[in-house]
Design a protein around this ligand. Structure first.
Ligand SMILES: Cc1cc2nc3c(=O)[nH]c(=O)nc-3n(C[C@H](O)[C@H](O)[C@H](O)COP(=O)(O)O)c2cc1C
Length: 391
């Protein structure tokens, strides 16, 4: 696999692990993925729920927990680390600033258009900041809005962009009706985004890799999407059933036990649809029933806490801790392929094998199509090593 180059940052394994909240991807998973050569990502959303004083000092608890997890991950790896920050959270700027103070390598900005940057960026000067900024979008159009705004207002454009299709786990940047029936293929979104970004690459004289996410599960998926112009991939679901994933064993088991039909779309108080594994809790809220709760603070800008049927942060945190009665697991559309819980190192090795198998098959198919090998001659079972070397 070719490394993913983001400015001066070389990512040997072109995989960004999707940041997963609440408390699914913390220092454990992020450092393991970073050690495997990819970008390990800590999810910042409501991270302070892991602190005892969250209900009273939520802002401080969030900042403290994020700083702690970044530092903990740094002790476990010399690899590349990022955080995932939702634009929709009310303490967006504060968490952004903590990550910059900690000199995080990458910040992925999702769940909204990241048009604002914290004051810290301008005090330091955007060019002097080590951190790479990567917005996550669901369309080439959204990418254009962000890139044009940054170009005009900051004379700078993001260092890479993630385009995420409708097969992803977690919150989705699509309307519910776009998720029913035929969904837009990720390959189309990648192609359109590459074309859109090309203009900014020329204007700013820098390479801006397009990274594809949503339903990328196997090495074969990676190989195929890279043929369409993606320079890297973002994968969440595949890294949940791993020993290092920070969620409880019960959460991971829901992945192993789920079937294709269990994976469903629900309405989230964030104001976006979300993909999750159905269970009693999901059925309850989907049928219009509510799960009463006390809101200690408005963590999401768009949440109308008095009228939403449940608290999404609490439900996700409950699930992360194994309380599946009072929560649910977000999951991508391919979660049902999960067979067992494995170390990240093994998962990455499997992905590499799948990738090279797909690449080799394509190569062989091309040879056969070109009829370099006459039809009557049988293909040898053992391919001469000289040929393998040329792949
Ligand atoms: C369990 C789970 C939790 C997630 N939580 C978040 C989150 O808090 N914020 C976010 O921006 N994306 C979140 N995502 C999306 C991932 O970061 C990633 O973009 C997505 O998983 C990619 O699709 P895939 O799951 O098909 O690989 C979550 C995904 C999963 C599966």
């Amino acid at each position: 696999m070719n490394p993913l180059q983001i400015g001066n940052l070389k990512v040997n394994l072109p995989i960004i692990q999707g940041g997963m909240g609440v408390a699914i991807s913390l220092s454990g998973l992020a450092s393991a993925v970073a050690n495997a050569g990819g970008i390990g990502v800590i999810s910042a959303v409501a991270i302070g729920m892991t602190e005892p004083d969250y209900m009273k000092n939520y802002r401080e608890a969030n900042k403290r927990a994020l700083r702690k997890e970044i530092r903990k991950a740094r002790e476990l790896t010399n690899g590349i680390l990022g955080i995932n920050l939702m634009v929709a959270v009310t303490d967006y700027e504060e968490l952004f600033t903590v990550a910059l103070e900690e000199k995080i390598d990458v910040i992925i900005l999702g769940a909204g258009l990241p048009l604002k940057l914290p004051q810290y960026v301008f005090e330091k000067g955007i060019e002097n900041i080590h951190t790479k900024f990567i917005p996550k979008v669901s369309s080439a159009k959204a990418a254009k809005v962000i890139f044009s705004y940054w170009a005009k207002n900051f004379n700078y454009v993001p260092d890479a962009v993630v385009v995420e299709g409708p097969m992803a786990g977690g919150h989705l940047g699509f309307k519910k009706e776009d998720l029913e029936g035929e969904m837009v293929p990720l390959s189309v979104l990648v192609k359109e985004t590459v074309e859109e970004i090309n203009y900014f690459e020329n204007e700013f004289n820098k390479e801006i890799p397009v990274i594809a996410g949503g339903g990328i599960y196997s090495g074969k998926d990676i190989y195929e999407i890279m043929q369409k112009g993606a320079k890297g991939v973002k994968m969440g679901t595949r890294f949940v059933p791993t020993n290092e994933c920070d969620a409880s064993g019960k959460f991971k088991e829901t992945y192993i036990n789920c079937k294709k039909d269990d994976i469903t779309i629900l309405k989230s108080p964030v104001g976006l649809p979300g993909r999750a594994i159905s269970n009693g809790f999901v059925e309850k809220i989907s049928s219009g029933k509510t799960e009463p709760f006390k809101c200690y603070w408005k963590c999401l800008k768009s949440c109308d806490s008095k009228n939403v049927p449940y608290c999404i942060a609490q439900a996700l945190y409950n699930a992360a801790n194994g309380d599946m009665e009072n929560g649910f697991a977000f999951a991508g559309s391919k979660a049902y392929l999960t067979k067992s819980i494995q170390p990240v190192k093994q998962v990455v090795l499997d992905i590499k094998i799948e990738y090279y198998k797909a690449k080799f098959r394509k190569y062989l198919k091309n040879i056969l199509n070109e009829r370099i090998i006459p039809e009557r001659i049988q293909i040898p079972k053992v391919i001469p090593s000289i040929k393998l070397k040329t792949i």
